[in-house]
Design a protein around this ligand. Structure first.
Ligand code: B12
Ligand code: SF4
Length: 503
């Protein structure tokens, strides 16, 4: 059996001038490295955006290198990436962010050119959706789903010195004749998440991330002591919003049923929290579940078991409001579920984000899987109740859906201003950005809101990404910018501005 080593590479980041840069550090690699460790395969995670102990971060992270596209690159040099890659038999490059695709493809091209024998893997929603471009850039295997099982199978085949991956499900691969084989129609999806490997968080450059201090979101202040990590207690979600990468992932899709809500046992979650606290030294945990309350009873049971853990918890992806309210005596009318809100605070939640998305019930119904609309509860009362328990509350709004009228957009902005007066701590406004792998992307291509040859470099949530919208693109951007300026405190705005690329 051949000994093999696999590198998991986060590519350098690219950002438009004046936009934020944050290192990736998402959970794919800790899980994949954990899976490889479980079968005795050595792997290493290198984040080319921040480097490792041998890289002087001041030489590249806070500096601007302008790319031919006009975007700014943040990361170590190409030569350094090649130096690291030279030690491995295979290099994985994750592609969950469409707007980072160019950097992923660039890394693949330079590695393949210099080391044609290194196998190149990619995975993540963007790689799956744009596989032909990826194969043309030198990738050998694209993983089309959650890949903890598939990467073990691929590694075992490599150990036998073979490149015949025909038995591995949920991948596309280039066979010996350069033909692309589609194996996405078979392969196991884990329904019992206790079978997932324990993520190898220790392989992430945690100390670098903490020093840089640009976590997933929220109120973290410049210079504040941050020791954060991410974890998931569940995967999948009972909703299916048009802009979500798992909205259409059901039995028989290229990724399989990963949209289905699945969860870890309480014991497993406690075990992971213990590792994060004691081994990793984390103090703040970002809960990255798609829908932590996907099964409310289970979430409440779990939360009760982790009271007193001593970690600050944050859910900045957004906790669906439907889970924070309960039925009232008035038919169809919901009121804050204070018991659940109090429990969140008791467990250590310091911050939650409410994904209001839109003030228009029509938009919520058509594009946001009819999540809780504003005509069914009093959002101000919900915010006040959460604030009562000293939690920081942010919110997300989306503006510029393909058929959204000026009046509907104005309604949302007006609503956001009103919510600020209830004590909301920040409001984020995202212009609709339809990314490959989502239903809204297919709609926009079909209805000519996006050109067929769209450029993922151009995807930007502060910029109008669509054509032929009711409110013209430039005006939409102005409305967004003004809404953000007027709904946020100077402190929050200054913090976000300090995270701008090159700073
Ligand atoms: C956390 C997160 C972030 C964090 C990451 C930092 C951190 N510390 O974790 C930050 C803040 C950086 C972030 C930012 C953004 N995010 Co975000 N984020 C996520 C989120 C919620 C979780 C990512 C994660 O850890 N997933 C868990 C792991 C286990 O799943 P996974 O990444 O899919 O990996 C599995 C498989 O895909 C596969 N796989 C993935 N990569 C690879 C690589 C190899 C080699 C192999 C073999 C397999 C493989 O195997 C993995 C294990 O099963 C996802 C949603 C989600 N549930 O994934 C959105 C998501 C990735 N984000 C999204 C978006 C849109 C954004 C932003 C544009 C949001 C914004 N408005 O700012 C920015 C873009 C940032 C950028 N650099 O350009 C979209 C991306 C869609 C797209 N096609 O681009 C997602 C999918 C959410 C969504 N539903 O739309 N995000
Ligand atoms: S609620 Fe969130 S995770 Fe669930 S489908 Fe909508 S966007 Fe996706």
């Amino acid at each position: 059996m051949r000994q093999i080593k696999i590198l998991l590479l986060y590519p350098p980041e690219q950002s438009w001038p004046k936009t934020m840069v944050k290192p990736n550090g998402s959970l794919a690699y800790p899980y994949l490295a954990g899976a490889l460790k479980n079968i005795g395969v050595e792997s290493y995670i290198y984040d080319a955006c921040v480097g490792n102990d041998k890289d002087n971060i001041n030489n590249f992270f806070y500096k601007s290198t302008v790319l031919p596209s006009g975007m700014i690159r943040t990361g170590v040099s190409d030569n350094r990436i090649l130096e690291i890659a030279s030690n491995y038999d295979a290099v994985g490059i994750t592609s969950i962010f469409s707007q980072q695709e160019t950097q992923v493809l660039h890394c693949a091209k330079i590695i393949k050119k210099k080391f044609p024998n290194i196998l190149l893997f990619s995975g993540g929603v963007n790689a799956k959706s744009r596989s032909s471009i990826f194969f043309n850039s030198g990738f050998d295997i694209i993983f089309t789903s959650e890949s903890e099982i598939a990467i073990q199978q691929v590694a075992k085949i490599m150990r036998k010195n073979s490149k015949d991956f025909s038995s591995v499900g949920k991948i596309y691969f280039k066979d010996n004749n350069g033909k692309i084989v589609d194996n996405s129609n078979f392969g196991e999806i884990l329904m019992d998440l206790d079978k997932l490997p324990i993520p190898a968080w220790e392989l992430l450059p945690n100390k670098r991330y903490w020093k840089i201090g640009r976590p997933h979101g929220g109120k973290a202040k410049h210079g504040e002591e941050l020791k954060y990590s991410s974890m998931m207690t569940s995967r999948g979600c009972p909703f299916s919003c048009s802009y979500c990468h798992i909205a259409e992932e059901v039995e028989g899709s290229k990724s399989g049923a990963i949209g289905k809500f699945r969860f870890k046992s309480d014991e497993r979650v406690i075990n992971e929290l213990t590792i994060l606290k004691e081994k990793i030294g984390a103090k703040q945990i970002f809960i990255e579940d798609d829908s932590i309350f996907g099964m409310k009873r289970r979430a409440i049971r779990l939360l009760k078991r982790i009271v007193g853990f001593g970690l600050d918890l944050m859910d900045v992806n957004g906790v669906n409001m439907i889970h924070l309210v309960k039925k009232s005596n008035r038919p169809g009318w919901m009121i804050p579920d204070e018991e659940v809100i109090e429990l969140l605070s008791e467990v250590g939640f310091k911050e939650i984000v409410l994904p209001f998305e839109s003030a228009s019930p029509r938009i919520i119904k058509k594009w946001c899987s009819n999540k809780l609309a504003l005509d069914r509860f009093d959002p101000g009362q919900l915010i006040k109740t959460i604030k009562k328990y000293n939690m920081y509350v942010g919110t997300n709004y989306m503006l510029g859906f393909p058929d959204e009228s000026r009046k509907e957009i104005e309604e949302t902005v007006k609503f956001a201003r009103k919510m600020k007066d209830y004590g909301l701590d920040h409001s984020n406004f995202y212009l609709v950005m339809p990314v490959p792998g989502t239903p809204i992307f297919d709609y926009c291509i079909k209805n000519k809101h996006l050109p067929l040859d769209y450029n993922p470099d151009r995807f930007q949530w502060t910029k109008a990404n669509l054509k032929n919208t009711q409110v013209p693109p430039q005006e939409l951007e102005k409305i967004r910018d003004q809404a953000w300026e007027s709904c946020n405190s100077e402190e929050f705005k200054n913090l976000r501005k300090s995270w701008v690329v090159g700073n």
